[in-house]
Design a protein around this ligand. Structure first.
Ligand code: G3H
Ligand code: 13P
Ligand code: ZN
Length: 333
């Protein structure tokens, strides 16, 4: 048993309480490799932003959970080296799907876990979440649960359609499970294709898709039912069109990729939404830059020559999210 406290990590309890009160949101960035982690830590340290490092099941399969845990532990030391005296870094399991997986992360030094029972019948979701909460709280590890279903297809997370969270269920669910935060469904979804073209309008000037707005009425209903309770938004990448264009220009093919407009995320961050999950945007930044370097410099074969610029591009993206979208800069001095 390794306690996250011995690794210099923190859980989400205090940072969420401050974020809800302060009208900003904490960035939750997924990582699978060293360059992503370096970029996240550099951005968070420079901007003095609390940050959540997310490890998905896919990341565990790709990079190995043990390696990722030690990388996160190293990240705390790296942050200090960068001059961030008291780093506020959470190591979080993203979309845990079984009690055993959540338990193994708690035992292994994660400071926060998500149990995603959103695809289960309501009572089963409650029972599974309660079991994880009972175990995790013994070690002061915080637990995110999910109610409602996000659309989107990814390696490990998939659903054809979204079903908005039902506001009338949230009090019962949060009381009976004892979860620390609740991921809700209000129209976001995973991946770089968040909306089908037929769900969108098309801007006559640019020809770009204009997605339908998020269901802020559902969010506000939930806020009314659970005043001050930390709410989480998954699937919150904006799919920056400059990266999509770069990828397409340099040999890729991502037709009609579309995300959540940043002004809507800005609005959400001011509400009880205190954790915003971003993965796809970092993948797009990395891919765009690697494709550009390969196109511009065909002689390059040293991975540092293309992963380095990709890392710098991701850092720029993370800083932009922290400062211009979530407003979490300066909140972890
Ligand atoms: O919510 C899903 C995250 O974007 C992780 O994706 O399962 O492909 O690592 P992944
Ligand atoms: P995106 O695919 O929008 O980046 O969402 C990531 C996410 O929700 C991770 O849990
Ligand atoms: Zn997610």
């Amino acid at each position: 048993m390794v306690s996250f406290k011995d690794l210099g990590l923190v859980n989400t309890r205090e940072m969420f309480a401050k974020a809800v009160k302060g009208g900003y949101a904490i960035p939750a960035f997924n990582f699978n490799n060293m360059e992503q982690l370096q970029a996240i830590i550099q951005a968070a340290a420079e901007k003095r932003s609390p940050v959540i490092l997310q490890v998905s099941k896919g990341a565990r399969n790709y990079a190995n959970q043990t390696l990722l845990r030690y990388m996160a532990q190293g990240a705390v030391e790296y942050a200090k080296e960068l001059g961030w005296e008291h780093p506020q870094i959470v190591l979080h399991l993203d979309h845990g799907d079984t009690f055993e997986l959540c338990k193994s992360c708690v035992d292994f030094g994660f400071s926060s876990v998500m149990i995603d029972g959103s695809s289960l019948p309501y009572e089963d979701n409650i029972a599974l979440t309660r079991k994880v909460v009972d175990y995790a709280h013994r070690y002061d590890v915080t637990v995110e649960a999910e109610l409602g279903v996000l659309a989107g297809v990814e390696e490990e997370v998939s659903s054809e359609e979204s079903h908005y969270t039902k506001p009338e269920e949230v009090i019962d669910f949060s009381t009976r499970t004892g979860c620390d935060s609740l991921a809700i469904s209000i129209g976001t979804s995973h991946g770089a294709y968040k909306f089908k073209p037929e769900q969108c309008k098309r801007d006559p000037q640019t020809g770009r898709l204009v997605p339908p707005p998020l269901a802020f009425d559902v969010l506000h209903e939930i806020e009314k039912k659970l005043p001050g309770f930390p709410i989480v938004l998954h699937g919150s990448s904006s799919v920056p069109q400059e990266y999509v264009d770069m990828i397409n220009e340099y040999g890729g093919n991502l037709p009609d990729a579309v995300g959540i407009p940043e002004e809507q995320l800005r609005e959400a961050a001011k509400s009880a939404v205190c954790k915003i999950n971003i993965d796809s945007d970092s993948r797009l930044a990395m891919t765009a830059m690697i494709r550009k370097v390969f196109h511009d410099h065909q002689e390059v074969f040293d991975p540092r020559k293309y992963l380095g610029p990709a890392r710098d591009e991701m850092k720029k993206l993370y800083e932009h999210k922290i400062v211009d979208v979530l407003g979490s800069d300066g909140k972890a001095e």
